[in-house]
Design a protein. Structure first.
Length: 237
């Protein structure tokens, strides 16, 4: 692994910050000063910052989690956060949820300590699909479906083309499946709001190749190696 990434992953700050440390000569490897951020650290080499030996970065962790309603998708908040479910996990303070679901929404969230993968999964450039089950008040009119493909003006920028289909018309509500390829704040509620519908239930069931599957509210499971490599493929890592 490159020295700058190695140090960033070992907790010495962002890539930019650790590059500065290296260039200023604070870093040694097996006692020799190294000023090249691209230096490839080999297993067994002793990296030190200001002569203090540094523990090698640990392997990254990845969990798929069923966020229940009533929790905030954040690491710090006066209200109960999704991180309360991870208190028993060693080094849980490094974990964070990837992206947001509103407090009253539920469903799939990836929780990890891999900042690089998280950044890519959230970036609209990669167009990672997120699938939601959405219940709206009233009978949804079919002609509203094309608006999702055309895009909505939500102020900051127009939404990317999305997909929507009606799954079920119930007693005073309609159940739809919506696929987004980005995540703007409260995007689904705002899109339906523009069409004159109120969202009464929102559940994410898929994120890229990751599925909510049989998880129950509040449960999480470590990704299998196959699940992780399938997810990485979406974003080219
Ligand atoms: N869209 C919303 O409005 N809320 C969410 O939590 C996710 C997508």
């Amino acid at each position: 692994m490159r020295l700058d990434r190695w140090l960033a992953e070992a907790g010495f700050g962002s890539r930019k910050e650790v590059k500065r440390l290296i260039l200023r000569g604070h870093v040694t490897i097996d006692g020799r000063r190294v000023r090249d951020p691209a230096y490839k650290v080999r297993p067994g080499e002793q990296v030190a910052v200001d002569a203090e030996p540094v523990e090698p970065p640990t392997l990254k962790r990845y969990f798929r989690f069923y966020k229940p309603r009533g929790y905030v998708t954040s690491t710090r908040d006066p209200l109960p956060t999704v991180m309360e479910f991870f208190r028993e996990i060693p080094r849980h303070e490094r974990l964070f949820p990837v992206g947001r679901l509103d407090r009253d929404a539920e469903g799939l969230i990836l929780v990890t300590d891999d900042g690089e993968l998280a950044h890519r999964l959230l970036h609209p450039k990669y167009r990672v699909p997120r699938i939601y089950l959405v219940t709206v008040e009233g009978e949804f009119r079919e002609d509203g479906l094309t608006s999702f493909r055309k895009g909505f003006d939500l102020g900051r920028r127009k939404t990317l083309p999305a997909e929507a289909r009606i799954l079920e018309k119930g007693e005073g509500t309609t159940l739809l499946e919506v696929t987004l390829f980005e995540g703007q704040p409260h995007q689904i509620k705002r899109m339906f709001g523009i069409l004159g519908y109120r969202v009464v239930a929102l559940k994410r069931i898929r994120y890229g190749s990751l599925e909510l599957g049989d998880l129950r509210p509040g449960e999480f499971r470590a990704l299998t190696r196959e699940e992780l490599s399938a997810l990485r493929k979406w974003v080219g890592v």
